[in-house]
Write a protein that binds this ligand. Sequence first.
Ligand SMILES: [Zn+2]
Length: 57
Amino acid sequence: MKCPKCKAFNKKGVKECKRCGFWLVAGYGVTWGFMVKSLLIIYLFLFLFWFSLEVYL
Ligand SMILES: [Zn+2]
């Protein structure tokens, strides 16, 4: 994966450029899947938190 900003070569699957820190997620299915999964986990936690509040109130 060539960095579009500084043209440095990075290992496949890395999130950021090792040289300049440029975000390299665009076009990576695995990375997008990981982001969606983590978002789902966050929503699940928020829902559980809200649900536990509903029980106590
Ligand atoms: Zn770079």
